[in-house]
Write a protein that binds this ligand. Structure first.
Ligand SMILES: Cc1cc2nc3c(=O)[nH]c(=O)nc-3n(C[C@H](O)[C@H](O)[C@H](O)COP(=O)(O)OP(=O)(O)OC[C@H]3O[C@@H](n4cnc5c(N)ncnc54)[C@H](O)[C@@H]3O)c2cc1C
Ligand code: FES
Length: 509
């Protein structure tokens, strides 16, 4: 089961990889078990296989079925959270290491992509940061901080390189793009060719130790090392969910003639910001695809289906040449309080490693996680260890940390509110709502066939009341971003380790 209902641009890999999975339970002890077959899990798997380790990758939904094939795949060392902020939060040396680590991730992707035929739509190109409100002070400040961090960044006048509608832009060299569907397949195939194995199963817990254990819904697997690359940890560990906040982000695709805008990456500096890139057609006679993303909001807190329309209007105002819109989808990103992912040793579980807090740079964060975690498992020093240490307290991102946790705490007020509708009859086919039944809150979804699916609306993670997402047709938790399938209550996103529990609706009504 994927993480959402909307369909992204990239070709899914499930048909091509359907017969790659092991049959039945795996009882013998493994060398390394990785939970999660997204960019982070597969990159780590390939790095470890290349070191001669025997790797088993476990995923409940198949390869790339999480956020990785919902990405827009800007490959950027020009990080979303700005270098002037990174220098404040992590010091100038930390900002330099962050720049170097993301550049190394792009190099790694480039090597794998260019060695394949076709080369996965990989291309080096410039990235342009532009002002959302015409104030260029922010661009100047970022130019200085980015150069201090070792990037090539130069302010370019209006219309000189990028469309004039964007105003002056800050150009970053050596950024890149890739076709994520093609790249993920190449990456997974490289894991398989290097001896890695895949198992389709859901993990419910991880326990550290000399031989850590991954508990599955049926059975368990032991290994010398476990890597939790499930996007959000689902097991007991250092309360990472308090150090990062889940956001939904939206993307649309429009067709356009090739001259509409130069092939580059584009971002504005708004909050939330917009991001733009091109996808080139296989056949030169076909239109170029312009991918536009943004309109982020906290998961479960603003069910607003007009996000796509706002993105379309935003794009049409800046790129008048664009034509019909062909795709629209959304996905989840985790914003860490101090801007950088949590990658490394699990502070609470021996021989367990984590990668989470991907932010809008999750493709490069996930790739560099492969390099870093492999060094840690192989007992080698890595200069990025301290910067990404999952045990760190986001002290200099403390304001953001407090704000996000206060916001999560506020969501518990749903317990004292009335239900969204008084009666199940008010719920149309294909929609859902939370009702009150005595002390209970019931999450009720009416399927397209009219059948009602009822669940206890209490999120199994820490007890918030889930909310209906009309756009993805899922139950989303406004506290820490757990998401559940509308009809089955199955987990779509962590940190919960348990699905929604069924509610005996017939008996209660
Ligand atoms: C619209 C959008 C645009 C984006 N744009 C960019 C961009 O331009 N550049 C960029 O760098 N990043 C971008 N990102 C972020 C990036 O796509 C993600 O951060 C990244 O793909 C996350 O990869 P991952 O491997 O950590 O997680 P995932 O891809 O989510 O993989 C985790 C896997 O773990 C599995 N799993 C989870 N829990 C369990 C369990 N208990 N048992 C078994 N399996 C489990 C899931 O099924 C999933 O397959 C974007 C994200 C979105 C949504
Ligand atoms: S995700 Fe934490 S309470 Fe729901």
């Amino acid at each position: 089961m994927g993480t959402a209902r909307t369909q992204p641009l990239w070709t899914p890999v499930d048909t091509a990889t359907a017969d790659w999975f092991l049959e039945g339970p795996v009882s013998e002890a493994q060398d390394v078990v990785i939970v999660g077959a997204g960019i982070a899990g597969l990159s780590t798997a390939l790095c470890l296989c290349r070191e001669g380790r025997r790797v088993l990758v476990i995923d409940r939904a198949g390869l790339g079925a999480g956020e990785t094939l919902r990405t827009t795949a800007h490959l950027a060392s020009a990080l979303d959270d700005r270098y002037y902020r990174l220098a404040r939060q992590h010091g100038e040396e930390g900002a330099r290491l962050a720049a170097a680590s993301h550049a190394a991730a792009i190099d790694w992707i480039e090597e794998l992509a260019l060695a394949s035929d076709p080369p996965c739509g990989f291309r080096r190109l410039p990235g342009y940061l532009f002002s959302h409100d015409g104030d260029t002070d922010n661009l100047r400040r970022e130019a200085e901080a980015a150069r201090a961090a070792g990037l090539s960044a130069e302010l370019v006048g209006e219309g000189e390189e990028a469309p004039a509608a964007l105003g002056p832009v800050l150009r970053f060299d050596q950024q890149a793009r890739v076709d994520m569907g093609l790249y993920l397949l190449v990456l997974a195939k490289a894991v398989r060719d290097a001896g890695g194995a895949f198992l389709r199963a859901e993990a419910s817990a991880v326990e550290g130790g000399a031989q850590p254990c991954v508990r599955l819904r049926e059975g368990e697997v032991r290994a010398n090392a476990v890597v939790v690359a499930s996007n959000v940890p689902f097991h007991e560990t250092g309360a990472t969910y308090t150090k990062q906040a889940p956001y939904r982000t939206y993307a649309v695709v429009a067709e356009a003639p090739p001259e509409t805008l130069p092939d580059a990456l584009y971002w504005d500096d708004g909050d939330p910001y917009h991001y733009v890139r091109l996808q080139m057609p296989g056949d030169a006679a076909d239109p170029v695809q312009v991918i536009v993303g943004g309109e982020d909001h906290k998961t479960g807190q603003e069910d607003d289906p007009t996000a796509y329309v706002r993105l379309q209007e935003w794009a049409k105002a800046r790129f008048p040449g664009i034509g019909r819109f062909t795709h629209a989808w959304s996905g989840q990103v985790l914003e860490p309080a101090d801007s950088l992912a949590f990658i490394g040793r699990d502070p609470d579980n021996e021989n367990v490693y984590l990668v989470t807090g991907d932010s809008g740079n999750g493709i490069t964060h996930g790739t560099l996680a492969g390099l870093l975690i492999t060094d840690l498992i192989q007992g080698r020093d890595n200069p990025w260890t301290g910067l990404y240490d999952p045990a760190r307290k986001p002290v200099r991102g403390g304001g953001e940390w407090l704000r996000e946790n206060a916001n999560a705490a506020l969501q518990y007020r749903d317990w004292i509110r009335p239900g969204e509708v008084a009666d199940a009859d008010a719920i149309a086919r294909g929609t859902g709502a939370v009702l009150r039944r005595g002390l209970h809150r019931v999450a009720l979804y009416r399927g397209a066939d009219g059948h009602l699916h009822a669940f206890n609306a209490r999120c199994p993670h820490l007890g918030c009341v889930v909310r209906w997402s009309s756009e993805e047709k899922s139950w989303d938790c406004p506290c820490h971003g757990s998401r559940f399938d509308a009809a089955s209550g199955a987990i779509l996103n962590g940190p919960t380790s348990e699905p929604l529990s069924p509610f005996p609706w017939e008996k209660a009504s």
